[in-house]
Structures are given as structure tokens and as C-alpha cells.
Design a protein around this ligand. Sequence first.
Ligand SMILES: Cc1ncc(COP(=O)(O)O)c(C=O)c1O
Length: 343
Amino acid sequence: MGTATAPGISLLCIAHPPVAPSPKVTACSIRHRQRQSSVATLPTVSIRYKKVHRYLLHNGDIRDTRDAVLSPGQTGFMNGWGVFSTLRVSDGVLFAYPRHYARMQRDAALIRVPFTISPEALHKSLISLIDANHALNATLRVAIVRNKGGLFEAPQIASESDLIAFTADLTNWSAGVHLNFVPNGRHGASPFSGLKVTSWAQNLTWYEKAHQDGYDEVLLLNEHGDVSECTSANVFIFRGNEVLTPPLATSGCLPGVTRAILLQEIHLPDWNIREQTITPADLEAADGAFISSTTRDLLPVLTVDKRPLKQASDALNRFLDAFRGYRSAYVLEHSRRKEMFAL
Ligand SMILES: Cc1ncc(COP(=O)(O)O)c(C=O)c1O
């Protein structure tokens, strides 16, 4: 695994282009820009990479990240055939662990990745990783990689799948995000839409291109031209007293844990939060918008395609406070029960 990790580069400043009105973007102009973007060599891009911590978890063992623990004969390693999740460690507690476990289990079944470890056993192993790295407040990524099947398979591989997890520091995100549109970035009708699978290269390419062009993330549109999500975050807009997010069933977005907590657990008087198809025009006319993810919490969208969006700062702060309050209560409750690894 150590050989497969990206080189750690400490935090770099991202320079945003000056915000100036630009002509309405059409799918055609976006396609043109994408064609222009092809690169022969790796571009120089400033991205907030994180260094992974010293120890990783490989199956049940704590290993040094410099140890080679994976083999090219593992089908999932070479084909991106695996599932993963990114969790937040808060005061040593794996926030919303059962939701992450359930999503991985669902994804593993859909994409045929053997995922047999019980929630209790996985939780116990992840806690041992947190302890090894003293990563009490951190990001934790866990992946299950399929080892067999496909067109090439190493003869010596015994286990059906490998479990790999590592931790890294939390990212210090900026106060808001600048986004641009990417057409056809998600396919809502695909049976595999919304899966958190290790074949992540498309997302990373869009993310890198966004930074190269001076944006923080991209707004991926689906096959109908509706807003789906970002490469690693869900999207919400404020409209009147409603907070709207693209539907899981049709938009092609991933069922984010943060999104689910907002929809199911956060109840603010005067606000109705629900799924609704969102067009690019809806977004641009919204009273405000934000993106959500495990590592970011909620971040306001400042501009889309360099056009400033209205800001709903008071409303956003209320949702952010409520979300963080929910997490604090969760952490308090689960740190009391941690000794027993109660989930
Ligand atoms: C494509 C995509 N959408 C949404 C999210 C947000 O999900 P969560 O809230 O579980 O972090 C992520 C997280 O990485 C993601 O990769």
C-alpha cells in the first residue's frame, strides 16, 4: 500500500481567478473547454493533498505505510474493483460509523466485492489503527479490494478480498467554494450510479482539472443536464424556506452520509429540507447553495462558472451548527460506550 499512495505535499494556497461576469455557459462551450484540456504531461496543480499517517491497517494487521502489502495480481488493485468510505474520527470516535458500514456493504453487494467482516470486527480494527497513529481527530479511509476474478489473477493470492485503511490529518478547507459545471459527469440511469468504488480516476481527473483552472470543485451534471453532485461532495440549494438536494433515485449522486444526516436528523423550525431535481438555472437563481461531505461538513458555494451566487449565510450557519451539534452529541454518547466497542 505504501508504494501505491500519492506523494504527500503539504497545504498549498489555491489562487482563485478574479470573479467577473462571464457569458452563460452552454454544454457546447463546456465540451470545447474539455477538449482543450487534454494534457500530454502531468499538469502543475495546487491541491490540498494530505499525507497519510505512518501506520495502515491491512486486514487485521497494523503495518508501516512503507511496507508493500499489495500485489499487481490482485484483480481489484489493477482494475479499481473495490469499495471504500471516508470517515471522520472525532475525539477518537468514528462518527456515523454504522452509516458508512451500511453504504460499503450495499456497494460491495452491487459491485460483487466480497465484504464479510462484521461491523463489530471492522470497528475494532479501525480503532486499533486510530490508536496506532494517535489519530484522535482525523480523516480515515477504509477500502475493501477484490482479489480474484477478472481477466488476470495471481496464482498465490489466497483471500477473496483485502481490507486496507489509513488515516490522515483533517483538511483545512477554505471558507467557501468556487465551482464550474461539467456536463455528463454522472449517469443517473446507470445501475452503478452513486457507488463509492475505488475506480475513482474520473473524479480525480475532474478535481485536478478544476484546480488547474482555478476552481475548487466541479458541479457534475447528469444525462438530463440536471445537477447531480461534486466529485467528492453533495449539493444543496436554499429556495425560500426550503433546502433542496438532487434525488438519489434519478440524479446519479452518491448517498453521502452528511447528506443523509441533514435530510433525516436535522430538523430546524421554519425549514423544509427535501429532495428535488435541480437544474443549473435553479442553482444560479437560488438564495444560496452549499456542498456537503464528511471532511468538509457544509461549505457555501461562492461562485459557479465565475458568477457569484447569492449567499444565505445565516441559514447556512444554522444548519452547520445543528449538524455539528448532532456530531458532538454522537461523539459524546459513543465515547462513553467505546470501551465495549458498542456501535
Ligand atoms: C461523489 C461523492 N459524493 C458525495 C460525497 C459526500 O459523501 P459523505 O457525506 O459520505 O462524505 C462524497 C464523499 O467523498 C463523494 O465522493
